[in-house]
Structures are given as structure tokens and as C-alpha cells.
Write a protein of this length. Structure first.
Lengths: 67, 480
């Protein structure tokens, strides 16, 4: 039951997971777009995640997914 | 007015659910999986609705009231990042194998893959044991929310009224229409609590002079709530919480929704849109909870979101809040009881009682009986449940996350063996029981040895290690 999914999307997942740990900002409380910078950063991370997942769906879709 | 708006909403839910029954084909596959016919939009909304519980509206805002904006990262963005990848890898693969082999439950997949009845039975027992407290959160949460919205303890409606309403409405549409009604109603309910979030956010924030002004005050008066903190506890927590959303990949009810998809391509919209929609739900919940601190000093005598709405808006929006809370609860509860009904019907009754052969209409009949039995059990438990049951519910997520390595290996690792899979499940059970026992002696938030490391960060790697070590030295069934 080995899969036909490519492995490079896992690298994107690791990239997002690394971005999740934004420790360089954790102590900051200044506002960006009206909200604390850490909150703005994590909302941005969700948007970037959606963009990367769109790339996964476009270029990493398993050939035999619907077989 | 609250009751009027809520009653109108419940009638609409029933109407949509009963309409789903008109397309019912009378087969077991149609009852449990809507004949694998769910398209991209309904699949997205139902996956989102199933995964967003009352905790998202009431729990997250309450936690943000205590801890500040870090709650968005701990539970919101971690979910937004991890879960779509679970859809991409596990969801598509599960759908494909489910369609090819006619699976309805995870246990059928595991039994087939490893050729082990005992392993299937072990997974069944553990999954059902973890599911029941998780299910109870919704039933009890509905009762408590309605009580607070109608005046609070001693004044408002007793908690059992709300719990009974949640159970009764959910039973009617799940029983009549099965997965199709569940999916359609979930799509409606997800829309309701998305719209509610936006409406509540706009109404309350305007009272504070806009989000920038509110957050500026929060930064001045409670600076620690506007940052994430830099201590070791926060560091360990941020790492741990990234693992908790793995539970989504092991939920039996999410597995059922994956299998209900019309095609693998139906997953595409859910994979791409999920992170943004999760952020859209969590952002208002967390920001409202945090700025609630500016208006209400601790200790609170009710959910902060409810108090903000009642204090800053009118009764109609309070009624919408009740509808939003019920939507969040029922959109998870329906899927959970349907999945439990499917597991009992397929994995126990059909497998052991009828040698795998059970007439279609009898499958539907058993499904309805089990759905009723589980809801009745959950309602009765909600009458005697204490706060510790809620804590047990959050532990259930940790247990499910621990099952993920075994389920992922079942789908993707040909060398995984029945012995390795069993070792993985047993490791989860032993660690879960041990850590839970340890947590009983700790006041407040629990972490492993007080380090900030959540139990999930220990259980998931240990489960994976047990799987690998247990699979070494033997040829797996698929290798043979």
C-alpha cells in the first residue's frame, strides 16, 4: 500500500512548521495592521500556507488519485 | 428573543436534514457515506464544521481572555497548517482504498491491511473509548451555553433542556438522512458560525472604537496578553501544540467524511481553502476573548463571548450567538455519532454476527439504533458530568493524535506489521493512562513534569517508535 504522493510537499510542511516557531517575535507586542505583531504574523502564516497548498494541489497532485 | 431565534434556527436545520432524506437510497453505503457522492463545496464545509466544535467559539475566547493572543497560534494556526496536509496525504489515500475495497470504517482498513482481527478489535475499543468523552463535550456544552444565554444559573433554562434539544434535533436528521443529511446540515451550520463570527466581531469591536484602538488599549493595560512571552514554558507549549492537530487524521468521523467524497479531486478545494477559513473562524474568537479583558475583570461568571455580546449588542445577536454555538456543537456531534453507528454496525454486528453479510436495510436499521443509543448515553452522561469530563475531552484529542503514526503507516509504509501496529496502539494506551493519572494530582494546566511539554509531544513520537521497533525483523503482510 505504498503511496503515489510526491514527497516534496512534506518539505513545505516542514517549512511552515519552522515558520510557526517565530521565537524572534514572541517577546514583541507592537501592532501591525491594528493587531499585535505575533497575531498578524500567524494570520499571515495561514495565508501563506493556503498559497503553498495551492501549489501542492497544482503541481503535486498524485497521478493515480482518482483511479 | 434568544429562544425565538434559536428555535427558528433549529427548525431550518431540521428542514435541511429532512430534505436530505428525500434522496436516501436505502442502502448501508448511502446511509453511512452518502453513496460516496459529496462534492467539493459541501466536503470543504463539512470537514471544517466537523472539526470546529463549541471549543472554537466559547473555549478559545475564554482561553484568550486568560492568556491573550497566543491562543490563535496554539490552536488556530497550528490547525490551519497541519490539517490540510492530513487531507492531502491520508484523506486522498483513504478515499481511494475505501472506494476500491468498499471500506466504511478505519477498522475495516486496518483489519484488511494487517490480516488481523485482534488488531481491528483493539483499534475499535480504543477509538470508541476516546470518542465518547469527546462527544460528551458537545452535549454538555449545548446545555451550559443555553443556560447562560437565558439568564445563567438559577434563572435561565436548566442545562438539561439545551442538551436534550441538541440530542433530539441531531437524532432526527442523522437518523432520517444519514451522511447526506449530516453533510448538508454541516455545510449550513459552518456557514452560520462563520457569519456569526463576522457579525459578532463587527458589533463588539465597534464599541471599542475599532480593532486598532482595542488592541492598543490591551497592549497598554495588559502587555503580556499582546505578546507570546519568552519563557521556557511558552517555548515548550508552542512546540507541543503543533502536534495536537494530528488527532484530526485519526478521527473516525473525519475518516467517514473523507470516504463520502465524490472523487479525489473533491479534496482540492478543502486542502487549499482550509487554512484561510480556519483563520477566519479563530481570529474573531481569539481577539474578542482578549479584548474582553478590557471590559470584564476576572473572575468571570460565564463565557466571555456571551458576556461581550449581551453587554454590547442586542438580544437578536445573542440569539444568533446561541444559534452559532448550537451549530458548532451539532456539526461535530452528528458526524461523531454517525461514525460510531457505522463502527458498531460494520465492525461488530456485521463482522462478528453476520459473517460480513448483512442486508442493506438491516445495516441502516442497526445504524439508526446505534445512533439513538449513543445519543441517549451521551445525554444521560451529560446530566452527571462534571468539569473533569471536559478535561477528559481534551485528553481524547491527545489519544487520537497518538493513533496517527499507526494509521499513516497503514496507508503508506509497506513494512509496517500487525505486531508493530499493536505495539503502537498499546504504547498510546499505556502512556495516555499514565500521564492522565499523573495529571490528576496537578492543579491547573497540566504539562509533563511541569515543563510546558504537553503529553501529545511524548505520546506521538513514542507511538511512532513502537511502530517501527515492533515492525522490525518480520515481513509485513503486504511484503509477503
Amino acid at each position: 500500500m505504498s503511496g503515489s504522493h510526491p514527497r516534496w510537499p512534506l518539505l513545505l510542511l516542514l517549512l511552515l512548521a519552522a515558520g510557526f516557531e517565530n521565537f524572534w517575535l514572541w517577546g514583541e507586542d507592537w501592532l501591525l495592521f491594528g493587531v499585535p505583531v505575533n497575531l498578524a504574523y500567524h494570520v499571515g502564516l495561514c495565508v501563506v500556507g493556503a498559497g503553498l497548498l495551492a501549489a501542492v494541489v497544482r503541481w503535486g497532485w498524485p497521478d493515480d488519485a482518482d483511479d | 428573543m434568544v429562544l425565538l431565534v434559536l428555535s427558528a434556527y433549529l427548525l431550518v436545520v431540521l428542514g435541511v436534514g429532512l430534505f436530505g432524506h428525500r434522496l436516501f437510497r436505502g442502502t448501508g453505503e448511502d446511509y453511512f457515506l452518502a453513496s460516496r457522492s459529496i462534492g467539493p463545496v459541501v466536503l470543504l464545509m463539512t470537514l471544517l464544521g466537523t472539526n470546529m466544535t463549541a471549543f472554537t467559539l466559547l473555549g478559545a475566547s475564554g482561553e484568550a481572555y486568560r492568556r491573550g493572543v497566543i491562543v490563535f497560534a496554539l490552536m488556530g494556526s497550528s490547525t490551519a497548517i497541519i490539517v490540510p496536509f492530513l487531507f492531502y496525504y491520508l484523506g486522498i489515500r483513504s478515499w481511494k482504498l475505501g472506494k476500491r475495497h468498499g471500506y466504511v470504517t478505519q477498522v475495516q482498513l486496518v483489519r484488511d491491511r494487517y490480516g488481523s482481527d485482534g488488531l481491528g478489535a483493539l483499534l475499535f475499543v480504543v477509538a470508541v473509548a476516546l470518542m465518547l468523552p469527546y462527544l460528551l463535550i458537545g452535549v454538555k456544552g449545548g446545555g451550559d451555553a443555553l443556560n447562560v444565554l437565558t439568564g445563567g444559573p438559577g434563572v435561565g433554562l436548566p442545562s438539561w433542556v439545551g442538551s436534550l434539544a441538541v440530542c433530539a434535533v441531531t437524532y432526527v436528521y442523522v437518523s432520517y438522512g444519514g451522511m447526506r443529511s449530516t453533510a448538508w446540515v454541516n455545510a449550513l451550520q459552518t456557514t452560520v458560525f462563520l457569519l456569526f463570527g463576522v457579525a459578532a466581531y463587527a458589533a463588539v469591536v465597534s464599541q471599542f472604537g475599532g480593532i486598532g484602538a482595542a488592541m492598543g488599549r490591551l497592549r497598554t493595560e495588559y502587555a503580556e496578553m499582546a505578546s507570546f512571552g519568552t519563557d521556557r514554558f511558552a517555548f515548550m507549549q508552542m512546540g507541543s501544540f503543533l502536534l495536537l492537530p494530528l488527532c484530526t487524521g485519526a478521527f473516525p468521523h473525519l475518516y467517514s467524511h473523507w470516504l463520502s467524497a465524490r472523487s479525489a479531486r473533491s479534496f482540492r478545494l478543502a486542502i487549499v481553502a482550509y487554512p484561510v477559513l480556519v483563520a477566519a473562524i479563530w481570529f474573531p474568537s481569539v481577539t474578542l476573548g482578549a479584548i474582553g479583558r478590557l471590559q470584564f475583570a476576572p473572575p468571570l461568571d460565564g463565557p466571555i463571548l456571551v458576556k461581550l455580546i449581551v453587554a454590547n449588542t442586542g438580544e437578536i445577536l445573542a440569539g444568533c450567538l446561541a444559534a452559532g454555538v448550537f451549530a458548532a456543537i451539532m456539526s461535530s456531534l452528528d458526524s461523531q455519532i454517525l461514525a460510531l453507528g457505522a463502527m458498531f454496525t460494520q465492525d461488530i454486528v456485521r463482522h462478528y454476527g453476520f459473517d460480513g453479510k448483512l442486508r442493506e436495510e438491516r445495516q441502516v436499521w442497526f445504524g439508526r439504533v446505534f445512533v439513538l443509543a449513543f445519543l441517549g448515553l451521551a445525554f444521560l452522561c451529560s446530566l452527571v458530568a462534571s468539569q473533569s469530563i471536559f478535561a477528559l475531552g481534551t485528553w481524547a484529542l491527545t489519544g487520537f493524535a497518538g493513533l496517527l503514526p499507526m494509521l499513516a503507516a497503514t496507508l503508506f509504509w509497506p513494512r509496517a506489521t500487525a505486531r508493530g501496529a499493536a505495539a503502537s496502539i498499546v504504547t498510546v494506551v499505556v502512556l495516555w493512562v499514565g500521564l492522565f493519572w499523573d495529571s490528576l494530582s496537578v492543579e491547573g494546566a497540566y504539562s509533563v513534569a511541569g515543563t510546558g511539554l504537553m503529553p501529545v509531544a511524548l505520546i506521538v513520537p513514542a507511538s511512532g517508535l513502537a511502530l517501527v521497533l515492533g515492525s522490525l525483523g518480520r515481513r509485513s503482510r503486504s511484503q509477503r
